[in-house]
Design a binder for this molecule. Structure first.
Ligand code: PEP
Ligand code: MG
Length: 592
C-alpha cells in the first residue's frame, strides 16, 4: 500500500476491451527495481566491482538487443525502437562516470552505488511536470532494473517471466502487452490489466475477452500516475481505471456489480436455446477460441459450435505443441467436445501482431501488409502440411471445417485447396480416416477478396468474414494503433457495403456466410448483420448469450428496414445513431 493514501480518488478513461469489475493493487509491469543492500568493500575489490558492472552492462545490452529483435519480429520496427532508446540510456556516460567515481571514493558495492545514482536521476525527473520526461523516467527505471538483476545473483528473469513468482493478486498496469504476454497471464494472480496503448480489436484485447480477464486499454501515460501497490478499481465495462476509489465510488460499484451479476444470471436461461429472431429466423451462434481448453467455457455459455479456432497462439507459444501429433490431439479434443456441432479450424494466421518465433530473419517494415496468414503457409509447407493433416484426422472424429485466412486472390485460395487435396490423398494412402466432404471456407478480410466474392464463392463451401481485418484494410486503419482507433468503425458505410455484397455473393452461389470478427459480438451492429442475412455469427465466450438475447428481440423485417434506412447514409456516426435508436428500443439493458 502507498504510504500516503490521502491523495484522493483519481479516474482515468480508456477503451473498455474486456468486461468485468475488479479491485486490487497495482503491479507496474517493467518497474521492479529492488533496492540492493549497501556493503563496504576493500580497495582491492574496487577493480573487480568495476569489471562486474561492465559484465552486467554487456549482458544487459545483449538482452535488450535480443528483445528488440523479438519485438520487431512480432510488432514491427516502430514498436521496437523503444529499445534503441534503452541502449542509449544503458550506455549513458554521465551515469557510468558517476558510478565509477563513487565506487572509487566510497568503497561500497557497485550495485548499491549504481542504484543510488539512478534513483537520484529518477527523483529529479519525477519532480518535473513534463509527460515526456516522466516517460523517460520509466525507461531509465526499466533499463536500471535489468542492470541490477544482472548484477545480482541468480538467473535473469526476462519480461515474460514477470508474471511468475508474484504471490498475491494484483491488477497489471503496463505500457503494452503482447498477445502472448496476455496468453501467459496467470489468472490466479492477475485480476485484470490496463495498458497505455491498444485497441478493441488487437489480439491482446481479443485474448483478454477469451480468457475473461477484465481489461482497459489506451490510458495514455498511466504509468506515471500510478505506482505499484496503489489501490485501484478497474471497470472493464466502461473503460475506467479508478485509483484510490473513495467510499462513494466503492458503493456505486457494488451496485453496478450486483446489476451485472443479475443480468448474467438472467442470460443463463438462454444457454440451451437456439438462436432465433422474434419472428423465428434461425442464425447459428458459435464461439471463437484460441486454445482447446477454452471449449468447456464456451459450451457453458451455450455456443452452437466453434466458428473460429485461431490456431496460431498455441503454435507460437509452445515448442512442444508444434508437433503433428500434438496438433492432432488438440483438434480431436475440440471436435469431440463440440460434436454434433461443428468446429471450424483456421489454418495458422502468423504475422501482423502475432509472433513468429524464429520464422523471420529480418523484421518487416509493414507486418500487416507483409508475410502473413496464407502467404506464410503457402511458402512454409513444414508448417502448413502437418496442420492440414491434423485437421483432416480430426475430421474423422467430429464435424470439422477448415478455413484459410488472409486470402487476397483466387490463386491463393486454389493453391491452399490443392494442398488440402494432396494431404487427403496422403492420408488415404496411409489408410488414415478423414471426412472427404470436410467443409472448406475462405476468410473474407481483405477488400480485394470482398470485391471478388462471386469468384471466390465458386471455390469453397462457406465464407467467414473477418471484420477486424476487413475494417483495417478497407479504411487503412491499423487495428492495434489507438491513435487512429476513432476511425476504426465497422459501421463505416464502405465496410458495410462490402459485407452486404459478400453475403449476397455467398447466397447467390449457394454457400453460407458468417462473421467471425469482433463485429459479430457488437450489439449495436446486430440488427444490421441480421438484416444482411448473415447465416452465422461467431463471437467470444463473454458475448454469446447477450447476442442470443439481442437476436431474440429483433424481427428480420425490422432489420431489413434498417438496412434500407442506412443505405442512404454516408457516415459511420449517422449509421451508428440509427442503429442505436433501434437497439435502445429492443434491448437497452444489454447496452452499457
Ligand atoms: C478478423 O480479422 O476479423 C479475424 C477474425 O481474424 P483475426 O482477428 O485473428 O485477424
Ligand atoms: Mg483476421
Amino acid at each position: 500500500m502507498p504510504e500516503n493514501d490521502s491523495r484522493g480518488e483519481r479516474r482515468f478513461a480508456g477503451t473498455a476491451v474486456s468486461p468485468g469489475i475488479v479491485r486490487g493493487q497495482v503491479h507496474l509491469k517493467g518497474v521492479l527495481m529492488d533496492e540492493p543492500e549497501s556493503r563496504r568493500i576493500s580497495e582491492n575489490e574496487v577493480e573487480p566491482e568495476k569489471r562486474r558492472l561492465k559484465q552486467a552492462l554487456l549482458q544487459t545490452r545483449g538482452q535488450i538487443v535480443e528483445m528488440r529483435q523479438k519485438i520487431e519480429e512480432a510488432a514491427g520496427s516502430e514498436n521496437a525502437s523503444i529499445f534503441d532508446a534503452h541502449l542509449l540510456l544503458l550506455e549513458d556516460s554521465t551515469v557510468l562516470e558517476e558510478v565509477t567515481k563513487l565506487l572509487e571514493s566510497e568503497c561500497r558495492n557497485v550495485d548499491r552505488i549504481y542504484y543510488e545514482v539512478i534513483e537520484r536521476y529518477l527523483e529529479s525527473l519525477r519532480r518535473i511536470e513534463d509527460p515526456y520526461l516522466r516517460e523517460r523516467a520509466i525507461d531509465i527505471e526499466d533499463v536500471a532494473r535489468r542492470v541490477l538483476r544482472n548484477l545480482g545473483p541468480g538467473e535473469y528473469a526476462d519480461e515474460e517471466m514477470v508474471f511468475e513468482g508474484l504471490g498475491e493478486e494484483f491488477i497489471l498496469v503496463a505500457h503494452d502487452l503482447t498477445p502472448s504476454d496476455t496468453a501467459s497471464i496467470d489468472r490466479n494472480h492477475v485480476l485484470g490489466f490496463a495498458t497505455e496503448v491498444g485497441s478493441m480489436v488487437s489480439h491482446t484485447a481479443i485474448m483478454a475477452r477469451s480468457l475473461n480477464i477484465p481489461a482497459v486499454v489506451g490510458i495514455h501515460a498511466l504509468r506515471s500516475d500510478v505506482e505499484t501497490g496503489d489501490e485501484i478499481l478497474l471497470d472493464g465495462y466502461n473503460g475506467l481505471l479508478i485509483v484510490r476509489p473513495n467510499q462513494e465510488t466503492l458503493e456505486e460499484y457494488e451496485i453496478l456489480k450486483a446489476e451485472k451479476a443479475i443480468l448474467l444470471d438472467d442470460l443463463q436461461e438462454l444457454r440451451d436455446l437456439e438462436t432465433e429472431t422474434a419472428d423465428g429466423h434461425q442464425i447459428t451462434l458459435s464461439a471463437n477460441i484460441e486454445f482447446a481448453h477454452e471449449i468447456s467455457q464456451v459450451q457453458k455459455q451455450g455456443a452452437e459450435g466453434v466458428g473460429l479456432f485461431r490456431t496460431e497462439f498455441f503454435y507460437a507459444n509452445e515448442e512442444s505443441l508444434r508437433s503433428e501429433n500434438a496438433q492432432t490431439r488438440q483438434y480431436v479434443d475440440v471436435a469431440v467436445a463440440v460434436a454434433p456441432n461443428a468446429v471450424i479450424i483456421r489454418t495458422v494466421d502468423l504475422g501482423g501482431d502475432k509472433l513468429m518465433p524464429g520464422l523471420l530473419a529480418e523484421p518487416e517494415p509493414n507486418p500487416f501488409l507483409g508475410w502473413r496468414g496464407i502467404r506464410v503457409c503457402l511458402q512454409e509447407p513444414d508448417i502448413f502440411r502437418p496442420q492440414l493433416r491434423s485437421i483432416l484426422r480430426a475430421s474423422a472424429r467430429g464435424k470439422v471445417g477448415v478455413m484459410f485466412p488472409f486470402i487476397c486472390c483466387v490463386e491463393e485460395l486454389r493453391e491452399a485447396i490443392a494442398a488440402l487435396e494432396e494431404e487427403k490423398l496422403n492420408l488415404r494412402k496411409a489408410g488414415e480416416p478423414f471426412d472427404d466432404n470436410i467443409e472448406v471456407g475462405a476468410m473474407i478480410e481483405i477488400p480485394s477478396a470482398a470485391l471478388m466474392a462471386d469468384e471466390l464463392a465458386r471455390e469453397v463451401d462457406f465464407f467467414s468474414i473477418g471484420t477486424n481485418d476487413l475494417v483495417q484494410y478497407t479504411l487503412a486503419v491499423d487495428r492495434v494503433n489507438d491513435r487512429v482507433s476513432d476511425l476504426f468503425r465497422s459501421a463505416n458505410p464502405a465496410v458495410l457495403k462490402l459485407i452486404k455484397q459478400v453475403v449476397e455473393a455467398a447466397h447467390r452461389n449457394g454457400i453460407w456466410a458468417g462473421i467471425c470478427g469482433e463485429m459479430a459480438g457488437d450489439l449495436l451492429m446486430t440488427p444490421l448483420m441480421v438484416g444482411f442475412g448473415v447465416d452465422e455469427l461467431s463471437v467470444g465466450a463473454s458475448q454469446l448469450l447477450s447476442v442470443r438475447r439481442a437476436i431474440s428481440r429483433l424481427k428480420v423485417s425490422e432489420c431489413q428496414n434498417l438496412v434500407k434506412e442506412i443505405s442512404g447514409l454516408s457516415s459511420a456516426v449517422e449509421i451508428e445513431e440509427c442503429c442505436r435508436t433501434l437497439v435502445m428500443e429492443k434491448y437497452p439493458e444489454l447496452i452499457t
